[in-house]
Design a protein around this ligand. Structure first.
Ligand code: HEM
Length: 658
């Protein structure tokens, strides 16, 4: 019964998304021909269908209904409640049901923007949202159907992948990632609608700024908390492995970050119009590539779901999106290209261009390294892998260039940044940066990358504080508060910049100043690490529900006082072959001590020890980037300077003539 309800609801949503395509398309052609109520009904049906389908899946999981194929394949009676809920997106078809739910939500948000049927840009965007939704609902109704009814249901199931039921981050990371990746469908839909209408100008940018920032902020969270999850669970002591699925989520983030800035440049200065279309088409295409890499077995990764018929469908969809999107752009691009150029590269405009070049090159390099093995295998059958050395060699200089541009760019005036003005603005931040770096070197720090990042972070933070104080009418806190409230976009951006700088500092310190050791201890034996005496106090087997954890107790003592008890564990799940090792992390303001089990015998333990300085800066920096995004969001739509309005008027008059 519940499976039938879930599948029927999916088919209803599919039918409604197809009708949304037709209605939206007609409305864009002949606005008076389609009543708004019809659009509302179609979107309402999509939302209703996706909510019922997702609800049905949850009910089937929570009631252990093993007649439903998804439950029988991925759940177990003894799975704890929270992980039963997250099982809904812990395997392929369930994760697409969540994808459709989020997509229906964003489509409803677009409908709210379409105030009247004369809004051809909006109705066209709804048609494109309907098209993307029809594809994903089509997947759920066919090749990725979680609601198949089993004629001979089992009494219990294997439970979700052990790694996916070992940490609460499974409840945060995937949903955040989906809100991010799916959210980029909105700017894509408006860009396609504007291209269909040959409509240049900033209207489609103004109308997608918020959804783009919402998606960007969530994707930032998905990336950072995915890294945290990997750090806390996978036990290899790291947080980013340049795994194809990690890369596939990073690429749209890099492109969307570039779009945040190039769209600001178009709204404020009327530049980069054609490029903004390219960026949005590329960002959306990369979200589909991310879905393809995670849901088809073209790549081997801890992240990828099992083999299924979804892969070819997603590949086909990606080819259509790229083909149709860029063909439409090619047919319209020339008419829509803006002919405004920056007066000088040494200007805020120049900084935005630099931002876009660095971020696009970064995205391209990561894409190349990620899909190169897929292509080599597809065309020659040879198995090659592109590993950390390639990505690090590319990412480090690009990151430094980005940090440098981020440290100077926001303080540059528009049009032309004279030397005197820039020296006056950068003198103090550079001085403070130099002072901090000198102090670090005098304190014995010799890692150039850490000294450099510390210099850039100090310059950026002090530059932002200086900008605050100089732009506020007076240094009183309420005046500064009034300033940041008046320019949400600018100051939200500065907070995001500082957040990213903190992330860079944490990556530099944990990458170059880390200490590692691997030790074997018998019960009662001890060793030294980071100035502490570590003693192994034996292990305890703790059975609970569907798993039993073998927990090793390692005591950290200083001057005879116990200061920390590390409890890394090896958890064996009843219905699963693979045991999961859970590290133990001791975080203090100056460092993390990370204890991971390598082997655990009856009388002996082998542990890997890592000391990572200032690791908390990574998660805090990530959170700060998100806070910056939220603050930028809190501001209303951007005001359109006179110059741009004139440029737009020229565009629409030119469009009208074609
Ligand atoms: C080349 C490096 C960069 C430069 C020169 C730069 C410059 C700027 C400037 C000038 C603004 C204010 C725009 C306005 O006037 O409203 C801004 C906003 C912003 N920046 Fe950056 N930025 C850079 C890199 C980054 C990176 C890597 C991130 C990612 C964390 C980022 C995140 C943001 C955000 C979220 C905003 C707010 C955008 C909005 O309100 O729509 N920026 N940036």
């Amino acid at each position: 019964m519940i499976a039938a309800a879930g599948w029927t609801a999916t088919v209803i949503a599919l039918a409604c998304s197809v009708s949304l395509v037709i209605l939206g398309w007609q409305a864009q052609r002949r606005p008076q021909g389609v009543p708004r109520a019809a659009l509302k009904l179609a979107v309402g049906g999509m939302v209703f269908g996706s909510v019922v389908a997702f609800g049905a899946l949850q009910v089937a999981l929570l009631t252990d209904d093993f007649s439903v194929s998804y439950v029988a394949e991925n759940s177990a009676r003894a799975t704890p409640l929270l992980f039963k809920i997250s099982t809904a997106w812990s395997a392929l078809s369930g994760s697409i049901v969540l994808w459709t739910l989020v997509l229906a939500g964003f489509t409803a948000a677009v409908l709210r923007q379409v105030r009247d049927m004369q809004d051809r840009l909006g109705t066209g965007a709804l048609a494109v949202m309907g098209l993307v939704a029809a594809f994903f609902f089509g997947l759920v109704a066919t090749v990725a159907n979680p609601f198949e009814i089993l004629s001979n249901p089992p009494t219990d199931g294997p439970g979700p992948n052990p790694i996916l039921q070992n940490h609460f981050m499974v409840l945060i990371h995937p949903p955040m990632l989906y809100l991010g990746l799916v959210g980029f469908t909105v700017p894509f839909a408006f860009a396609m609608s504007a291209l269909m209408l040959r409509q240049g100008g900033v209207d489609w940018l103004r109308r997608t700024r918020r959804s783009n920032l919402v998606a960007w902020t969530f994707l930032t969270g998905g990336l950072v908390y995915g890294a945290w999850w990997s750090y806390e669970v996978l036990g290899w002591g790291g947080f980013w492995a340049w795994d194809p699925v990690e890369n596939a989520a990073l690429i749209p983030w890099l492109l969307a970050t570039a779009f945040i800035h190039s769209s600001a440049l178009q709204v404020k200065r009327g530049m980069l119009q054609a490029w903004n279309f390219v960026l949005v088409l590329a960002t959306f295409s990369m979200t589909i590539l991310a879905t393809l890499l995670t849901r088809s077995s073209v790549i081997a990764s801890v992240h990828s779901f099992t083999q299924s018929g979804v892969g070819p469908a997603l590949l086909g969809f990606l080819v259509i999106v790229v083909g149709v999107g860029f063909t439409l752009f090619a047919l319209r691009g020339e008419q829509l290209a803006s002919n405004r150029r920056p007066e000088s590269i040494l200007s805020r405009e120049g900084a935005f261009l630099t931002n876009n070049v660095i971020l696009s090159v970064f995205a391209f390099v990561v894409l190349l390294g990620t899909i190169y093995p897929v292509f080599v295998e597809a065309f020659s059958g040879a198995q090659v892998s592109v590993g950390r050395p390639f990505f690090d060699r590319m990412a480090v200089p690009l990151s430094f260039a980005l940090l440098l541009a981020m440290g100077i760019g926001p303080f540059m005036p528009y049009r032309r940044a004279g030397g005197a003005v820039m020296w006056q603005r950068l003198r103090l931040p550079l001085l403070l940066g130099a002072a901090v770096s000198a102090a670090l070197v005098l304190a014995g720090l010799r890692e150039v990358s850490v000294v450099l990042v510390a210099f850039l972070v100090t310059a950026m933070v002090s530059g932002t504080v200086q900008e605050l104080v100089t732009n506020a009418p007076d240094p009183r806190p309420q005046s500064i508060w009034r300033l940041v409230r008046r320019q949400h976009g600018y100051w939200g951006g500065q907070v995001a910049h500082i957040g990213l700088a903190l992330v860079a500092l944490a990556i530099a310190t944990s990458g170059t100043l880390a200490e590692r050791a691997s030790v074997s201890l018998g019960v009662g034996e001890s060793t030294q690490f980071d100035g502490y005496t570590l003693s192994y106090e034996g292990n305890t087997l703790v059975p609970s529900g569907d798993r039993s954890s073998n927990i090793a107790e390692i005591v950290f003592a200083a001057d005879g006082d116990v200061v920390f008890r590390a409890k890394p564990a090896l958890t064996q799940f009843n219905n699963q072959v693979q045991a999961v090792a859970t590290p133990s992390v001791w975080t203090t303001p100056t460092r993390d001590i990370y204890v991971a089990l390598s082997s655990l015998g009856p009388d002996q333990v082998t542990i890997n020890l890592y000391r990572y300085p200032y690791m908390w800066l990574l998660w805090t920096g990530g959170l700060t980037v998100m806070v910056g995004g939220v603050w930028a969001l809190a501001g209303g739509a951007r005001r359109r300077p006179e110059a741009v309005r004139l440029e737009e008027h020229r565009m629409s008059r030119q469009g009208a003539h074609d």
